[in-house]
Design a protein around this ligand. Structure first.
Ligand SMILES: [Zn+2]
Length: 218
């Protein structure tokens, strides 16, 4: 799952507008942001097999980012950061933590069994990646559904709809680019980690723009 994760950020923003959109966008991918940093530093490992359907990734070693207890730990850590560093209200910080945790069940739906139930434990994953068309439909469908809720919440708040719609369009374009980008076979190199990390950070930066309150037109 790639851009589908951002659907959770949009749903979270609809229920808790006090949480900044960049925080929610980073939160929903925090586990993958850490993963790309760990690929760069060699803490975790993956390889690409372009012949695989859906995603070419064979994620054979990612206990510190994608095991169930660690995903929970990242969520608690993010909620604490939200309270003590970003100084968000308690409810918004809880929403940030829950958004971080949402990454794991969504990954569980699509990943082939590569998510450790605990570090060194059995790996799980329903493997929707093996059926690329329904998998893509799920990601875009989640975006459409949660994006609609986000746009509705913005309208209620007297905010413009178009920045949210532009962000949605950007994400769909990103998914298409990612789908069409060939992945060289073999061990995932640090450079790939850098590219992936950059994409997550750029998306979070663009998400921040959707919170910008320009001149009111209504
Ligand atoms: Zn992930």
């Amino acid at each position: 799952m790639f851009v589908g994760h951002y659907a959770v950020a949009m749903a979270a923003k609809a229920v808790e507008p006090k949480a900044p959109m960049w925080t929610l966008a980073a939160a929903t991918q925090l586990v993958d942001i850490a993963w790309s940093a760990f690929i760069i530093t060699g803490v975790e490992h993956a390889r690409a097999e372009p012949s695989l359907p859906g995603s070419p990734l064979v994620l054979y070693d990612m206990p510190w980012t994608h095991s169930l207890p660690l995903a929970f730990a990242w969520s608690v850590g993010a909620a604490l950061l939200a309270v003590f560093v970003l100084r968000l209200p308690a409810r918004a910080s809880l929403v940030v933590g829950a958004t971080v945790f949402s990454h794991w069940p969504l990954d569980w739906l699509v990943h082939r069994p590569d998510l450790p139930l605990w570090p060194g434990g059995p790996n799980v994953g329903l493997g929707l990646w093996n059926y690329p068309a329904p998998e893509q439909a799920l990601e875009v469908g989640l975006l459409a559904l949660c994006g609609a809720a986000w746009v509705a919440a913005r309208k209620q708040d007297g905010r413009l709809a178009w920045p949210a719609i532009a962000f949605l369009g950007f994400l769909v374009a990103l998914q298409i680019v990612a789908m069409l980008s060939p992945q060289p076979p073999g061990e995932l190199a640090a450079e790939s980690g850098v590219t992936i990390l950059a994409v997550y950070l750029i998306v979070a930066a663009i998400a921040a723009l959707t919170d910008f309150r320009g001149k009111r037109t209504a």
